[in-house]
Design a protein around this ligand. Structure first.
Ligand code: ADP
Ligand code: ZN
Ligand code: ZN
Length: 727
């Protein structure tokens, strides 16, 4: 038998079946323990073969699953992804599995007891058992919706004694069955609103039962989530599963509540990093066995086998978290199209600020291009004004009129939101006497002062050291914290608006999804308050009382060396601005900038992200960069910079010998990454752009083969197909 073993080698490995098992016991998609070197690893059977080119095969140690946990379609899909991203298949299987299953825990561990009616039970009328109300509720449930898992019954307060009563009357019995998803918080059901015309047109354009791809470009608050819910419902009515992919910080308790409130009768599995290993395995298995009807998850949920898949929805498709930046560097957004095609189902990508990739596909007709131009309900688009900051007397980074606006908003009993793209107190510490700067000893970056925790921290490698009060170079005590992060602004704003609560939202104040939910509680209740935070505030939250949004510094993306920086800046500004005026009250956005005349900023703020993005797309046409061309990076990093550079220089020679540079194929590099040194390693890359993906694929496959024979163990290399970051 041929298995995918989780090792960084792009090949499969042959083993004999474990002792005592015959060919009849073996099925692709089962997991096995196999000996590998002097370790035991969890591998997945991909193919049964009669003969192996190897003379002496070892037997696998043990079969873990009796029933395969990967079905045919999902195995083909993983194979496709491995080929496309030049990733070892074994590592892809590992990425697809939740940790507990990756470690070899048997799926049976989460097998569930299900309560089903006996023939006698099925024959009863719904009104039977009227004298025992709980038993009657249970009977009705089983009559109307079929068998129920013990987990689901417990969550509804139908516990063991009630079940036992029915069993003793010989009306029901427990049977062993597949895993059920962990129960969600109980919420009151909420029916769907009446759709507006634009929403109806979008829904009508999506065809079920066949592959079709759509991009819905809908302004913030235009009712995209409502569209996802309605499309899910269509799939569920046909007896199929719905997959909703959300960004890492998009899977909030608020989103889950909204979905649970709409679909009280369906089984929902949420897959995200906040779950304990066991819970995540249960959610995954319930999806893979077809028990869960709705699967909501972040990036890796795309790899969950879904035997009844009926529709795929990708929320905030432009979000960077859909692309994995290490290990197997896949894009869940891009893979959603591949999966939809192979499952013959519709896929819909949605965003107020579509990626240039998706916009390009929509404008060129590869996707249906659907638009929502108006906000749903009564909400109106916010009014946006630029506030020049260059020759202004600023107070801790805020212009006086901005502070006045914040004060007025709070006085009116409304909420204001201040967006600051930096965590911590200050992004750099310097000595005023000798010019010393606090650098990370392991990265080419500055240390950020976190005053609450009294330490300096590197945001790239998480190195920490105690806060310093004297210059380590000249011993002067004249140290200065440069610039402002969220902590510093929090201090200032709390002091300035001391009658109102100031809520800081960033990764330091929100350890868990629940923490964020709790933190936002006063804001949801509608009390006047001042929200202040990083991009965590830009996404997903629907806070109707926010009428003022302040963007403290809009200039971040204007002068970056990364060609995607303006696109990201535009997305972020539009998303943050979109938090204003989502309810009945009108919204206002104030954007502080040192370069208010900058044409890109002008375009973005006057014409909106749509026009801005189309302009960027034209520039990419001229520069021949993605999405107009396919691009991949070949990366290498090493403590010894010369080795990484030399490796890539040789790599380029090798690649150019296979396919010389031409107008259709261009090489750049090796060049240092934008963050040249990280965690003690120097990082370089070669950038390859090609007119045709096929050519790039072939080249990269050859390169991997060549690079796998590289014997320098201290050098790490990787292929990054459709790379998103040059950092
Ligand atoms: P988006 O996902 O585009 O930001 P949402 O779907 O969250 O937008 O909708 C924004 C708000 O408008 C939500 O409160 C939602 O309940 C409401 N809404 C959506 N569609 C409608 C509709 N057709 N009628 C009334 N309210 C709606
Ligand atoms: Zn000094
Ligand atoms: Zn560092």
């Amino acid at each position: 038998m041929r298995l995918a073993v989780p090792v960084p080698l792009r090949r499969l490995f042959d083993y004999l079946p474990p002792e005592g098992l015959s060919a009849d016991d073996l099925r692709p998609g089962q997991r096995f323990w196999v000996p590998f070197g002097n370790r035991s690893l969890v591998a997945v059977l991909v193919e049964l073969v009669q003969e192996s080119p190897l003379a002496e095969l070892k037997p696998a140690l043990e079969r873990i699953d009796r029933l395969p946990i990967f079905d045919d379609r999902s195995r083909q899909f993983l194979q496709w992804a491995a080929d496309y991203y030049q990733a070892p298949l074994g590592e892809l299987y590992a990425a697809a599995l939740p940790v507990a299953l990756r470690k070899g825990k048997p799926a049976d561990h989460w097998a569930e007891q299900w309560l089903e009616l006996t023939t006698e039970g099925k024959g009863l009328p719904e009104t039977a058992l009227a004298r025992a109300p709980k038993q009657q509720t249970l009977l009705q449930l089983l009559l109307n919706k079929g068998r129920q898992s013990r987990t689901a019954l417990n969550a509804q307060g139908l516990n063991a004694p009630v079940c036992k009563a029915l069993i003793e009357r010989n009306l029901a019995r427990w049977v062993a069955g597949p895993t059920a998803p962990p129960p969600l918080e109980q919420v009151a059901p909420r029916p769907a609103p009446e759709l507006n015309d634009e929403q109806r047109q979008v829904i009508a354009a999506v065809e079920f039962g066949k592959f079709n791809a759509s991009l819905v470009e809908g302004t913030t608050g235009s009712g995209k989530t409502e569209i996802y819910l309605q499309l899910m419902e269509r799939a569920l009515q046909q007896g199929n599963q719905a997959l909703l992919l959300v960004p890492e910080i998009g899977l909030t308790p608020q989103t889950l509540r909204r979905i649970a409130a709409r679909f009280p009768d369906f089984r929902i599995a949420a897959l995200h990093s906040g779950l304990a290993d066991g819970e995540r395995a249960r959610a995954w298995l319930s999806a893979a066995s077809g028990v869960a009807d709705i699967v909501i998850g972040t990036r890796s949920a795309i790899f969950t086998p879904l035997p009844r898949l009926g529709v795929i929805l990708v929320d905030e498709e432009h979000d960077g978290s859909f692309k994995q930046q290490d290990g197997v560097r896949y894009s869940a957004r891009d893979l959603s199209l591949v999966l939809a095609r192979s499952a013959n189902v519709p896929v819909l990508l949605g965003s107020a600020t579509p990626s240039l990739e998706s916009l390009h596909n929509a404008l060129s007709g590869r996707y249906q291009h659907l638009r929502l131009r108006h906000r749903a309900g009564n909400a109106r688009p916010p009014q946006i004004s630029l506030v020049p900051t260059l020759h202004q007397q600023l107070q801790e980074g805020f212009a006086p009129q901005v502070l006045r606006h914040i004060g007025d908003t709070l006085q009116r009993g409304e909420q204001a939101l201040v967006f600051i793209n930096r965590r911590g107190y200050a992004p750099a510490i310097t000595c005023e006497d000798c010019g010393w700067l606090a650098d990370c000893p392991h990265c080419s970056s500055k240390l950020t002062l976190h005053r609450r925790q009294r330490h300096l921290r590197c945001h790239h490698c998480d190195y920490r050291q105690r806060e310093v009060h004297a210059c380590p170079q000249c011993h002067s005590r004249n140290l200065n914290a440069l610039g402002a992060g969220t902590e510093r602004s929090e201090d200032f704003l709390t002091h300035t608006f001391n009658q109102f609560p100031v809520i800081r939202v960033d990764r330091d104040t929100t350890g868990s999804k629940q923490a964020l939910d709790r933190l936002l509680e006063p804001a949801r209740n509608g009390e006047p308050c001042l929200l202040l935070g990083t991009q965590m505030l830009a996404k997903g939250h629907h806070l109707p009382k926010v009428t003022l949004v302040v963007i403290q510094d809009a200039d971040g993306g204007l002068f970056s060396a990364d060609f995607r920086a303006p696109e990201r800046m535009g997305q972020l500004l539009e998303q943050v601005a979109g938090r204003a005026g989502r309810g009945d009250l009108p919204g206002h956005v104030l954007v502080q900038s040192r370069y208010p005349e900058h044409p890109m900023l002008q375009l973005l703020l006057n014409k909106g992200y749509g026009a801005f993005a189309r302009q960027l797309l034209e520039e990419r046409q001229i520069t021949q960069l993605p999405p107009v061309r396919a691009m991949a990076l070949v990366r290498a990093e090493c403590e010894e910079p010369r080795w990484a550079e030399e490796f890539l220089t040789n790599a380029r020679l090798y690649l150019e010998a296979l396919a010389p540079p031409s107008p259709e194929l261009q090489y750049l590099g090796p060049v240092p990454a934008l963050l040249e040194r990280k965690s003690g390693r120097f990082r370089f890359y070669i950038q390859i752009t090609a007119e045709k993906r096929g050519l790039l694929q072939k080249l990269l496959a050859n390169f991997c083969h060549w690079a796998e024979s590289n014997k320098n163990r201290r050098l790490r290399w990787a292929v990054d197909m459709d790379a998103q970051e040059l950092s």
